[in-house]
Design a protein around this ligand. Structure first.
Ligand code: DX5
Ligand code: ZN
Length: 226
């Protein structure tokens, strides 16, 4: 699939979300929507009704990042209303295999997210069930935090475990023109950026600049033999 850019609307103007989403239309592959419940993380954002309303207004596919407790109960609903990708946290899921299967059954890509201190090897046995592994490069909960370098070897390890399988590696937190290259070089292919996009004067141009930097740094992967 190649390099994909997913601006996080967490740094957008929440009072004007439809317009904010349209500012990156054409320049973004996904709109990354951070759902926080004030329990799994110490912050509260938006939930299913707002995601549903956004889906009616925007044509860019929506990537829901659920930083919530009990994703087993809530995550499938996001797939059901039409999110293209739904990511739950491994730390919060009670039955991750069943949950990933349920998200896929509802027609979305299933992602599994890891907080900075969760080892990548914890998802090794789940890889056959998911479409994306999300490596958090900040403690989840807030935009605008500095990038944690410990994410880079984790991205490399995820890519190594994935091998030839068609599973995306997403990095989220502190991604900017300064940090994106080492993430791409390590093997990430989906890049979430909140403040680097929405605090820029031209969010679409910021997406384009991030994409160019990632493409420059990404290793050329040798295609698997037929
Ligand atoms: C943090 C969220 C991120 C956040 C990233 O918990 O998951 O998606 O919006 O924001 P920046 O890019 O500013 O670190
Ligand atoms: Zn996120």
């Amino acid at each position: 699939m190649g390099i994909q850019i997913a601006p996080s609307i967490l740094s957008a103007d929440f009072a004007d979300l439809g317009a904010e989403c349209r500012r990156v239309q054409g320049a973004a592959d996904w709109l990354h929507v951070d759902v926080m419940d004030n329990h799994f993380v110490p912050n509260l954002t938006i939930g299913l009704p707002v995601v549903e309303a956004l889906l009616r207004q925007v044509s860019t596919p929506v990537d829901c990042h659920l930083m919530i407790e009990d994703p087993d109960r809530w995550a499938p609903g996001y797939a059901e209303v039409g999110a293209g990708s739904v990511t739950f946290h491994l730390e919060a899921a009670r039955a991750p295999v069943r949950l990933a299967r349920e998200i896929r059954r509802q027609g979305a890509r299933a992602g599994v997210g890891l907080k900075p201190a969760t080892p990548v090897d914890a998802v090794a046995d789940l890889l056959g069930e998911v479409d994306m592994v999300l490596i958090m490069s900040v403690e989840p909960g807030f935009g605008g935090q500095p990038f944690l370098e410990l994410a880079v070897p984790k991205i490399r390890r995820a890519r190594q475990l994935i091998g030839d399988a068609d599973i995306w590696v997403q990095v989220d937190g502190g991604v900017s023109e300064e940090t994106i290259e080492r993430c791409a070089e390590a093997g990430a292919d989906v890049f979430v950026a909140g403040s680097a996009v929405y605090h820029a004067a031209d969010p679409a141009a910021a997406c384009t600049a991030l994409r160019a930097a990632a493409v420059r740094a990404a290793p050329v992967r040798v295609a698997a033999a037929p």
